[in-house]
Design a protein around this ligand. Structure first.
Ligand code: OVV
Length: 399
């Protein structure tokens, strides 16, 4: 079979504004498509995205999960011990983080986060008021809620928390090519990295938080004291922007699907399904790369040793070969199996944290808001990896 090739730039502003047309083109061109501009092999169908993500032996992460190949290029920061590592080195840090962010720890946070969501909802919507009001769902809810609960759960000191979003923003841009998005972040990289790295130290992290638990794992010998700060860094890198844009996705979904909001109001236990369906539908993390560790055949196409492959998670999540009516946001669907959190050994370690945040916030909002709709155009924020929002103006009709 001949390898189809496409010269489109998945990181151009046109595509970042609306990636769906490129996704359809890639899926229809074949199981593997060569991207001439970047010398990488693109996977956009669910079957092959899933296959590559669950084959860490043939598709490594240690050469970086962005465009940059760490075999030849120096990474912009010391590689993540989780994201940018393969077994066996990956496994101890992963086991520690999985445990720290696991169901047992989250059960302790549940009541507090539900109360925090009620407080935020009262603050934004006005306790006990009725009628209608307008605000920006990105700043007032999608950013406000994670920033209210997550840094405290990590155990971060209060100063400098405004650095979390810009640091994550750059980390996600840095998986792409060195384009204008990366260049605009460069002036602050040293300062933001210094701040993040300093907060990963043991004496910065309050007792009982995720950070302190990572250090406690080092004390038990599950990871080394040299590894602990880098595991904390993973939390601070991947834990904020992702949840902001995941929450923005579900709020946008409801603001544009009034029937689905009515259903959530009637059946509030659907909050978690709604969040996963929004993660499938929008795919806040759009792409991750792997590197072939040998010549390997995918979908009948040879991918040569050392070449980068890029998996289009957002495309796999809307592949009509896998999903019925893929473009519909539908609470009746079973979205499980989506690759919005990845798949395989690197699948998002924080996904239960994200789901708990979403469940708490949606539950508080569903109690108070009868109807939510767009009050103006929702605006995208362009990032090389994130499908993100700058603004989602909404009008809410209070119950
Ligand atoms: C930006 C990002 C995403 C996922 C994981 C990490 C970072 C990490 O540092 O482990």
């Amino acid at each position: 079979m001949t390898l189809p090739s496409i010269d489109a730039d998945p990181f151009s502003h046109d595509v970042l504004e609306d990636p769906l047309p490129l996704h359809a083109r890639l899926r229809d061109a074949g199981p593997v498509v060569y991207l001439t501009r970047y010398d990488v092999y693109a996977l956009a169908r669910y079957e092959h995205v899933h296959a590559v993500l669950t084959d860490w032996q043939n598709f490594q992460s240690a050469a970086g999960v962005g465009l940059s190949n760490f075999r030849y290029e120096k990474p912009w920061r010391p590689p993540s011990l989780l994201l940018e590592a393969d077994p066996p080195r990956h496994d101890a840090p992963r086991a520690v983080l999985t445990n720290v962010l696991g169901p047992r720890e989250l059960r302790k946070l549940r009541a507090a986060w539900f109360a925090d969501a009620e407080e935020l909802a009262d603050a934004v919507l006005g306790a006990g008021s009725s009628g209608e009001l307008e605000f920006d769902a990105v700043t007032e809810l999608a950013e406000a809620f994670p920033l209210r609960v997550f840094p405290d759960a990590v155990g971060l000191p209060p100063d400098g928390r405004e650095n979390l979003l810009p640091y994550g923003e750059h980390a996600f841009n840095a998986f792409g090519p060195v384009n204008d998005l990366v260049e605009k972040g460069l002036p602050r990289v040293a300062e933001l990295s210094a701040w993040v790295n300093s907060r990963c130290q043991r004496d910065m992290l309050a007792p009982g938080g995720f950070g302190a638990r990572i250090w406690a794992a080092a004390d038990r010998g599950d990871i080394t004291a040299e590894q602990a700060p880098l595991v904390v860094r993973s939390l601070l890198s991947a834990g904020v922007d992702t949840t902001v844009h995941g929450l923005a996705a579900v709020l946008y979904a409801f603001a544009t699907h009034p029937d689905q909001w009515r259903r959530l109001r009637r059946e509030p236990h659907l909050a978690r399904v709604a969040f996963d369906e929004a993660v499938r539908w929008q795919s806040p993390v759009q792409t991750f790369f792997r590197t072939a560790t040998r010549d390997v055949v995918v979908g009948g196409t040879l991918i040569p040793d050392g070449k980068k492959v890029v998996t289009f998670l957002g495309s796999a999540n809307r592949d009509p070969r896998r999903w019925a009516d893929p473009d519909a946001f539908d609470l009746s669907r079973d979205p499980s199996g989506h690759v919005g959190f990845g798949m395989g050994i690197h699948q998002c370690a924080g996904q239960h944290v994200a789901r708990l945040e979403a469940e708490a916030l949606l539950t508080a909002l569903a109690r108070r808001i009868e109807r939510i709709e767009l009050a103006g155009p929702a605006l995208r924020h362009h990032n090389n990896t994130l499908r993100a929002w700058r603004s989602i103006p909404v009008r809410v009709h209070l119950a």
